[in-house]
Design a protein around this ligand. Structure first.
Ligand code: FEO
Length: 393
């Protein structure tokens, strides 16, 4: 078991690394595990614990704290249980501790963990808490990732503790990012799965954070950023940059007709200079699909027809894309049917959150003939033209 690790004098990581977890929220694949980072900040008068750990690993946190006689405050940046779930154990060990959170955070922690009303001190946006020679500033930042979220800034050391924001699901023994390639991949996957639905809120938070000097960004998942511009620039590019000249193509084929259409269509798009990311949903890691949606301009969904509707796995992917709210601009549908199909109408109805232009679908009866292939060429031409007109590169 790893010991507590010093970030700066009197500021320690006291979290838990979960090498074995493979699924988050019973939905999101975690190919590289994760960590639940908690931090102990010792002032010369008071001691604060920033976030806790998933309750499955509470013993690791309590072991880190075994030589800490007093904790005065638990800062609950976020009420989700992977960070708050060990608060009841901390309260049991330190009965006088006060839980510092937003008003909404209090309401949620009372509902989720039955934390008693008299244990809380709620803080307003911009409010500070003195630990003696150290000061914590609380920055309300709703929707990263729930409505109650806040960030905590340790002024004297210029450390930002943003909880989920800027995190990554990555188990590692490195305290801070060492391999930026690996860290970028993990952070982008995390952004796609957790943060992307809230990109309008993140835009505002990124602008506000420009006013803060940062030596270290210490999120509550994955390695810390001792070179903050690395993660800030990555977030800025995902949130502010133009979409890329890329088509994301999730699909399924049952008897080869949709497969033939996908192969032909991908070739046609590539001939026209468009990048394609193709995902056969039989074997797709949905995290990879979500990542591809972060910066693509277009999604084309490929489906056969099952009982007059889209294949259920395709419906799942469409539902997911709708929930993640990527910044794609265009959507189309290609696929096939045997005797009748309402797949296009049904799929269109599944993506109301996507503010996109729907391009003419191409649906073939059975195996695609010459006419269907020409229609796919036309769709590829339309996409290439649209991307060019919008300056997507
Ligand atoms: Fe890591 Fe939204 O919890």
């Amino acid at each position: 078991m790893m010991k507590a690790r010093q970030i700066k004098r009197g500021v320690h990581w006291v979290g838990a690394v979960d090498w074995d977890r493979r699924l988050f929220d019973a939905l999101i694949p975690l190919p590289d595990g994760t960590s639940y980072n908690a931090y102990l900040v010792q002032g010369n008068q008071k001691v604060a614990l920033i976030d806790t750990v998933d309750p499955t690993m509470a013993d690791v946190l309590m072991n880190h704290l075994k030589d800490t006689p007093t904790v005065d405050y638990v800062i609950a940046n976020h009420a989700e249980q992977d960070h708050s779930g060990s608060i009841p154990m901390v309260l049991e060990r330190y009965p006088h501790v006060r839980v510092i959170t937003t008003a909404k955070g209090k309401e949620m922690l009372m509902a989720l963990l039955s934390v008693p009303d008299d244990k809380f001190l709620t803080v307003a946006d911009g409010e500070t808490l003195s630990l003696g020679d150290r000061t914590l500033e609380f920055i309300h930042a709703p929707w990263v990732h729930w409505p109650e979220t806040m960030l905590t800034y340790l002024r004297e050391d210029s450390i930002l503790f943003p909880c989920d924001l800027f995190g990554s699901h990555l188990a590692t023994t490195d305290l801070c990012v060492v391999d930026e390639g690996q860290a970028y991949e993990a952070a982008k996957r995390y952004y796609a799965e957790i943060m992307m639905p809230f990109h309008p809120s993140i835009e505002k938070h990124l602008k506000r954070l420009e006013g803060y000097e940062m030596d270290v960004i210490a999120p509550s998942h994955g390695p810390l950023h001792d070179r903050p511009p690395f993660i800030l620039e990555a977030y800025r590019s995902w949130v502010f940059d133009q979409p890329k000249n890329t088509v994301v193509l999730p699909y399924i084929s049952m008897h080869g007709s949709t497969q033939k259409m996908v192969e032909y269509f991908v070739g046609s798009l590539v001939d026209k200079g468009v990048t394609v990311k193709q995902f056969n949903l039989v074997a797709t890691d949905i995290g990879k699909l979500a990542m591809a949606l972060v910066d693509a301009a277009t999604m084309v969904i490929g489906t056969p027809t099952v009982l007059v509707g889209p294949h259920p796995n395709v419906s799942h992917a469409a539902f997911l894309a709708n929930a993640l709210r990527p910044r794609i601009q265009f959507v189309s549908i290609i696929g096939s049917y045997g005797w009748g199909s309402k797949a296009v109408e049904q799929l269109k109805g599944m993506i109301p959150n996507l503010r996109v232009e729907l391009l003419e679908p191409v649906i073939s009866r059975g195996f695609p003939g010459e006419e269907d292939l020409r229609a796919l060429d036309d769709l590829a031409n339309t996409i290439a033209d649209k991307h060019r007109e919008h300056g997507f590169r």
